[in-house]
Structures are given as C-alpha cells and as structure tokens.
Design a protein around this ligand. Structure first.
Ligand SMILES: N[C@@H](CCC(=O)NCCCC(=O)O)C(=O)O
Length: 253
C-alpha cells in the first residue's frame, strides 16, 4: 500500500551549469517536509494545464511550493517587471490546478509563491514590489545572511480569532519568517484573509466553503517545522486532510 500522494508542481529553471538545457527543480525541503509527515511527494515533470484533469484524481493533496520566480503579472492584468524571474510553465499549470483542486476537494496548501498563485488563480492581484508600496514593510529576506538567518522569524502576524490558524498557532499572534518581494493586493474571489503582517499585508488565506483543506500562507512553515509547533500543526492539518482523501479513494476503489 502506498502512502498518500502529494503533488508538488516543479519549477523550470536554466541553472548556471555547463549544460545549457533547462531543468525541472523542486527545493528539497518541501519534499522532505511532506515525507516527514508520512506522505509521498510526487512530481509530474512535464505536466501542463491540459494534464490536470487526468492527474489530479491520482493524488491526495497538492502543495504549491515557494520559489524565487514571480507569478507573471499578465495573469492579473499587469505587466512583468524587467527584473522579474518568471516561470511561465509553472504559472500555466498552477493557474488551472488551483481551481481544479478546489473543485475536486483535493487538499490544497500554498506556501509563499503558492499563496500568491492561489490568489491570482482566483482572480486576485499582487503587489509586484511590496517594499515599494507606501506604508508597507520590506518583506524580503536578508539575502547575504546564512539560511538560518534568512528563514528566521522576521515579524509578528495577527491571526483572526476563531480560525483554524488560531488553533495551529495556539493564539491570535505568532512569529513567522518572511522571504518574499510580492504580496497580495486584491484578494481573489472566495478567499478569506486569516492573518496579517503589522503593515496590514495579507499573510494567510482560506478558500471559503472549500470541501477540503484549502489554505495559503505567505511564510514558510516547511522550514524547521518539526521544532516549530505552529508550523508543525499547520503541516499536520494538511497531512490529515491528505490521509482522509487517500482513505476515501482506497475505499471507493
Ligand atoms: N518570488 C515570489 C515568491 C517568494 C517565494 O516563494 N520565496 C521562496 C524563496 C525560497 C524558496 O525557493 O522556497 C516573491 O518574491 O514574492
């Protein structure tokens, strides 16, 4: 019997290697976090939007990872900045996958870029440079510091009382890391903001009325999740939803 399968859409990059070809990449800490929850991470390397209907029924959850690339602004009526690192193939897949996962009640969890993808797929918009917006903070990581510092707690969030996030955090405030230049501007249709940074930026969303787990967070709960109770409980809630779907799939097979 296999473990519940979690689809992690990969990124497409031209790595700085002597081989000029493109690469399909996935940061290992997302796959490790999934595996540590006793779930099986899976990749469908060349899957595009047209493959979603065939592949989604095979999996028990979808984790949209963070990535240095930005969702291309054309997906929300803007124009990409000349400095943007883009990944049109990932965009094309995830814009379809978000809607399909919600419609099919497949557990969906978006981290950082993943949260932004959920928002854009549901018709929302992004600030292309949060730090350039009057009144908003700089949410980017200190790039020259070691990873431990980059992923260290950076600011507080305020969590809506009565939300599942409050349960996972053990209260209505928590400390989180912060490694992003973009952020939610207008919320997508059907999204409820459940956590906010001190400058008011939306830090977490829930899909209202979703038949399964459907959340996005702007921070990185995969980082040191085993030793950070808030992050661990968030991942555990996603994992539980994946296990439940897996059990349902097996019993109806
Ligand atoms: N590029 C977007 C999304 C930020 C993001 O997902 N960062 C994660 C970086 C580390 C990783 O690869 O997981 C933005 O800047 O807002």
């Amino acid at each position: 019997m296999h473990k519940p399968l979690v689809w992690l859409p990969a990124c497409h990059r031209n790595l700085d290697l002597s081989d000029p070809g493109g690469y399909i990449v996935l940061a290992d800490r997302y796959a490790e976090a999934v595996a540590e929850m006793d779930l099986q991470p899976v990749l469908f390397p060349l899957a595009g939007a047209g493959d979603v209907d065939a592949l989604l029924p095979l999996v028990d959850g979808v984790l949209l990872t963070g990535s240095p690339s930005n969702v291309e602004a054309t997906h929300y009526g803007g124009t990409a900045l000349p400095t943007d690192l883009l990944d049109p193939r990932r965009d094309a897949l995830t814009m379809r996958l978000v809607r399909a996962a919600i419609d099919s009640a497949v557990p969906l969890f978006g981290v950082c870029r993943g949260l932004q993808e959920i928002n854009v797929a549901l018709g929302g918009t992004l600030h292309q440079q949060v730090h350039a917006q009057e009144g908003l903070l700089d949410h980017r990581e200190p790039e020259d510091e070691p990873l431990e510092v980059q992923f260290g707690h950076r600011h507080e969030i305020r969590i809506e009382a009565g939300s599942a996030l409050e349960d996972w955090a053990g209260g209505t405030t928590a400390q989180v890391n912060s490694l992003h230049g973009q952020g939610i501007n207008r919320l997508g249709t059907g999204l409820v903001a459940e956590a906010f940074a001190p400058d008011g930026l939306v830090e977490a969303v829930r899909v209202q009325g979703s038949a399964s787990f459907a959340y996005g967070v702007q921070w990185h709960p995969e980082w040191r999740h085993a030793t950070t109770p808030f992050y661990a409980r968030t991942f555990e809630a996603f994992a539980r939803a994946c296990r439940e779907r897996c059990a349902r799939r097996k019993s109806s097979a």
